[in-house]
Design a protein around this ligand. Structure first.
Ligand code: ZN
Length: 122
């Protein structure tokens, strides 16, 4: 099994990068390059990944995985992610540190026990 070498995000330390790679990229294959750096589908900072991205998010949620550090959301969050806001999914510890919400985000009527948004771009 080859380790994912996703670049995760520009401007973070190698330590943070390694940690978020373990939590978020896990065993995702490399998806595409952006400005020379390789990214998994979750971290790839381009809007041209929509359907692949939603598939990856669906798989993540199916596995009750709430780690979204540095994830690049290309669409308005969460409108296009079916089932995303069901309470049984989000009354957990969702982590969005360093995430980018390219088209904005709405957490209206969302209850989070804990949500980390350190460095997130809303
Ligand atoms: Zn990644």
């Amino acid at each position: 099994m080859s380790e994912c070498k996703c670049y995760v995000k520009a401007g973070i330390t190698e330590g943070v990068r390694a940690s978020w790679r373990q939590l978020v990229c896990k065993e995702l294959p490399l998806y595409a390059r952006h400005e020379g750096a390789p990214y998994c589908v979750l971290h790839y900072p381009g809007k041209d990944k929509e359907s692949d991205f939603q598939e990856a998010i669906d798989q993540k949620l199916a596995g009750e995985d709430n780690a979204f550090q540095a994830v690049y959301f290309p669409l308005l969050f969460p409108n296009t992610l079916v089932g995303w806001l069901s309470p049984e999914r989000l009354n957990k510890r969702a982590r969005f540190a360093g995430a980018t919400f390219e088209a904005g985000a709405s957490f209206f009527r969302t209850t989070l026990d804990y949500a980390g948004f350190t460095g997130a771009l809303l």
